[in-house]
Ligand binder design. Structure first.
Ligand SMILES: Nc1nc2c(c(=O)[nH]1)N[C@H]1C(S)=C(S)[C@@H](COP(=O)(O)OP(=O)(O)OC[C@H]3O[C@@H](n4cnc5c(=O)[nH]c(N)nc54)[C@H](O)[C@@H]3O)O[C@H]1N2
Ligand SMILES: Nc1nc2c(c(=O)[nH]1)N[C@H]1C(S)=C(S)[C@@H](COP(=O)(O)OP(=O)(O)OC[C@H]3O[C@@H](n4cnc5c(=O)[nH]c(N)nc54)[C@H](O)[C@@H]3O)O[C@H]1N2
Ligand SMILES: [Mo]
Length: 772
């Protein structure tokens, strides 16, 4: 990590030597150069483990090194030689650790033994697994199932996730929020309404056949770098990539493949985006409306002139519903409004429409830039509308491609991690295990936070993740969190959610996916589902960080046996002794998805879960793909722009994986040595009389009586649209009101927060400049 703070514009391509240097320094910092290099060769390979970083597809014919800088960092972070043993907790009280940074906490190393918080010393003390399970079980038995929340972060395997949801439902609730509730829930809510499938329709092979890629609000170079291989290959075939993003992200601008010796020597970079549109944050509905309007009006003109039509009329008639109303709405929007709300010129949108209209097969890729808005669901529906106009769903080389975050977040939903009872196979579970699954809707992430604030939630069990740091409304949440009776964290590394804790609190350390999981001496394997709905096997290859670690399935079984009444049909011990039996149970629960699961999981490239929309089977209320008219052009219509308010959006760096902070650098954006920055346009700086290096307090104006602010953010001039500013997640999370979330999906609207700035102190340089 750089200690010196430097901020300079970065014009180097993504990938390249910068990326190689980062891989090497990650392995070096964690003292695992040899072990790490050996393991990286096994990443995303048939006989290896599925990367613990992002969820991007793993091809059947992997590159010799099917890993990227992010995957290498995540691997080094997990197989680090650093340890946090019980002796560490003897030396540090919880009060002291609370003052450590997020980076320092996780950098201390891997947790090695189960720990229980001791009130007298305010330290975590070692406890045996047996005693931990017995006490957790006794606590859970005393509580009402509706008062307990069981969160999951999207990393745990299909096997673990299946056991977890079964335990929770047998305990008596559907309180199964997950990280997806803060992430692609807008996708899971939007796509069933438009195309009748809750996941993307694109396969990795579609990138080899596509004619055009539209890219909305996803930062590929930082967050899913392996996808750059597909984009680079498409670009080499001359495929246009049209990007919509308020920031010019390096990975979307150009790329040098660090795995190609030729490119590395010549520095030969591939231009990734042929067209780059820096729209306003929250301007996507307007931008897509502009493209649709241009297409529909050109099609109207073609009809009148008797020339070739622009829309796929046969597809519209045979496969869609609601086109007439959508087209009418589109025609009625005025260009002035579209330009104002998108921040883009009419000519740019017409040009995008013309390129789109020429392409036979188009892929629409998107990420958090669409999902994390008040109208995040409508953002996704709007992209679906655009693709439907030319039949770009269920056709080779075309489709919608939400890029998922955590490596198994999509798979967890597939095997029942959901608070929505209608999405879980409750009847099947009842039949297989002879119990009455709860039918009442459970809490999602925002509802769980509300429940904790209202003191209705008394206990929180966390399967991975760092909930308290990932959620909005940090200040109120941290305070209320301590009132809970019980908190249990199943984790690999120490984080803030262990330090802000309930009255009875446990840290249960588990094996990571890269580690060898031996049960009764036999090495087990697990499986995950990637962003393209392909399911892969994964075998851990590193020796465990500590002999005392248990696997996630074993920890769940331990809690389940101590909490639930025995059920002759549920043999937790047998499942833990052989994960193949868990897969057999998953297959019995979902025969249409997991046929022959134990064999097919090793198929190169994985086996695909059926996605009806890719076959043009529309499982919607109308039986067709639906056009849906948005209710407003702005994805955050309830924000009232005032002269002194700005729209803040939060982003990630290559030096982090969510709340895991590997280092304080953001190589792609040229920021080193600090995360406390605020990206702002020069024009807004002048308007607000701010200078580079000024430190400001950012606060959220709202009339709900809650004061929300973050101080010490450094003014950093950046190429960003007027009125928009950007800062880092999770540092800016205290600014997000809990109620500021997407309609219907309830994803916190982390990409549009209304804020004001106040100058705290002027940098020496700026003050000197002002005196001159
Ligand atoms: N290295 C690394 N990899 C990761 C993660 C990580 O933290 N670090 N996290 C993982 C997880 S869980 C997830 S969900 C994914 C997230 O990956 P992404 O979906 O890429 O998420 P973000 O980095 O939050 O932001 C995405 C982009 O949206 C842009 N943006 C912001 N507002 C808007 C808008 O209104 N419209 C448009 N069009 N664009 C906008 C931002 O400038 C940014 O480039 O990455 C996964 N992979
Ligand atoms: N402002 C703002 N807030 C956001 C976002 C944003 O863009 N902006 N993004 C949201 C999104 S997309 C997401 S997905 C959430 C992420 O929220 P979470 O998934 O809750 O958080 P992570 O930071 O991924 O969790 C890190 C912790 O997971 C544990 N861990 C790591 N590997 C394993 C493992 O193999 N097993 C177990 N049991 N534990 C493990 C480690 O202890 C580590 O400290 O944050 C959300 N919050
Ligand atoms: Mo995510």
């Amino acid at each position: 990590m750089s200690d010196r703070l430097t901020i300079k514009p970065n014009t180097a391509p993504s990938g390249g030597w910068g990326s190689v240097r980062k891989v090497a320094s990650s392995l070096f910092n964690e003292h695992v150069i040899l072990k790490g290099s050996y393991l990286l060769n096994l990443q995303n390979k048939a006989n290896g483990y599925a990367c613990v970083s992002c969820a991007w597809a793993k091809p059947a014919n992997p590159h010799p090194f099917e890993f990227c800088e992010s995957g290498a960092k995540a691997t080094a972070w997990e197989v680090t030689s650093k340890r946090v043993p019980p002796a560490f907790f003897e030396q540090h009280t919880v009060a002291e650790l609370e003052r450590w940074s997020d980076h320092a906490l996780e950098a201390a190393g891997r947790l090695t033994a189960p720990m229980r918080w001791d009130a007298d010393s305010n330290k975590y003390l070692e406890i045996t697994w047996g005693a931990a399970f017995a006490e957790i079980g006794a606590e859970l038995k005393r509580l009402n199932a509706q008062e307990v929340v069981f969160y999951s972060s999207g990393r745990a395997s299909l096997e673990t996730s299946y056991l977890y949801q079964l335990m929770v439902r047998m305990y008596g609730s559907n309180n199964l929020p997950d990280s997806s509730n803060m992430c692609h829930e807008s996708t899971s809510v939007a796509l069933p309404t438009t195309i009748g499938s809750g996941v993307g329709t694109v396969l990795i092979e579609d990138f080899e056949k596509t004619d055009c890629v539209l890219f909305f609000g996803q930062n590929v170079g930082t967050n899913s770098p392996r996808m750059l291989h597909q984009l680079q290959e498409a670009r080499k075939r001359g495929v246009p990539i049209i990007t919509f993003n308020p920031l010019r992200e390096r990975g979307l601008v150009s790329f040098v493949n660090p795995q190609s010796p030729g490119e590395m020597l010549s520095g030969d970079e591939t231009i990734i985006s042929t067209h780059y549109h820096q729209l306003k944050a929250g301007g996507d509905i307007a931008a897509i409306m502009g493209i649709c309007k241009s297409l529909i009006e050109a099609d109207d003109a073609a009809l009148a002139a008797g020339t070739a039509r622009l829309l796929d009329q046969a597809f519209l008639t045979q496969h869609t519903h609601g086109f007439v109303a959508f087209a009418a709405a589109t025609r009625s929007y005025r260009w002035d409004d579209i330009e104002r709300e998108s921040g883009l010129a009419r000519a740019s949108l017409e040009e995008a429409a013309a390129i789109y209209a020429k392409a036979d097969a188009v892929i629409g890729v998107y990420g958090m830039g669409l999902t994390q808005h008040r109208n995040g669901v409508q953002n996704v529906q709007m992209l679906s509308n655009l693709l439907l106009l030319r039949g770009n769903i269920g056709k080779s080389g075309a489709g919608i491609c939400p890029v998922r975050g955590h490596s198994n977040v999509q798979g967890q939903r597939t095997v029942g991690i959901t608070e929505k009872p209608e999405l879980a196979p409750l009847d099947k579970l009842a039949e297989l295990y002879n119990f009455a699954p709860p039918r009442k809707k459970g809490m999602n992430t925002v509802e769980a936070c509300q429940g904790i604030l209202e003191k209705k939630v008394k206990a929180f069990v966390s399967l991975g993740g760092n909930f308290i740091r990932a959620v909005p409304e940090t200040v109120l949440m941290e305070k209320a969190w301590r009132d809970m009776r019980l908190t249990v964290q199943i984790s690999t590394k120490l984080n803030r959610s262990h330090l802000i804790h309930g009255q009875v609190s446990f840290i249960l350390p588990c094996l990571g996916r890269i580690e060898i999981d031996r049960q009764n001496g036999i090495e087990q394997s697990v499986s995950i589902e990637d962003s393209t709905a392909c399911i892969h096997g994964s075998r851990g290859r590193a020796e465990p960080a500590s002999k005392q670690l248990l696997s996630e399935p074993a920890i769940i079984a331990g809690i389940a046996k101590a909490t639930l009444d025995p059920n002759p049909r549920v043999d937790w011990d047998a499942w833990c002794a052989d994960y193949g039996l868990v897969r057999t149970a998953i297959e019995a629960t979902y025969p249409e998805i997991f046929r022959d699961f134990n064999a097919r999981m090793w198929q190169p490239g994985g086996f695909r879960k059926p996605v009806a929309a890719s076959e043009r089977i529309w499982k919607t209320d109308t039986g067709k793909a639906n056009f849906i008219v948005p209710t407003a052009l702005d994805a955050n219509p309830d924000m009232r722009p005032a002269p002194d308010t700005l729209r803040l959006f939060t982003v990630r760096t290559d030096g982090q994986f969510n709340t895991t902070i590997y280092n304080n650098d953001d190589r792609f954006r040229g920021v080193y040595g600090t995360r406390m920055v605020l990206f702002i346009s020069r024009h807004d700086m002048t308007r607000l009389a701010l200078a580079e290096g000024d430190l400001v307090t950012v606060s959220t104006p709202s009339d709900d009586g809650v004061a929300r602010s973050v101080s010490g953010l450094r003014i950093t001039p950046y190429d960003i649209p007027l009125g928009c500013i950007a800062g880092y997640y999770p540092e800016c999370n205290p600014l997000i009101p809990l109620w500021h979330h997407a309609e219907t999906s309830m994803v916190p609207a982390a990409k549009a927060i209304e804020v004001q700035l106040r100058l705290d102190s002027r940098s020496v340089a700026a003050a000197a400049a002002a005196r001159v």
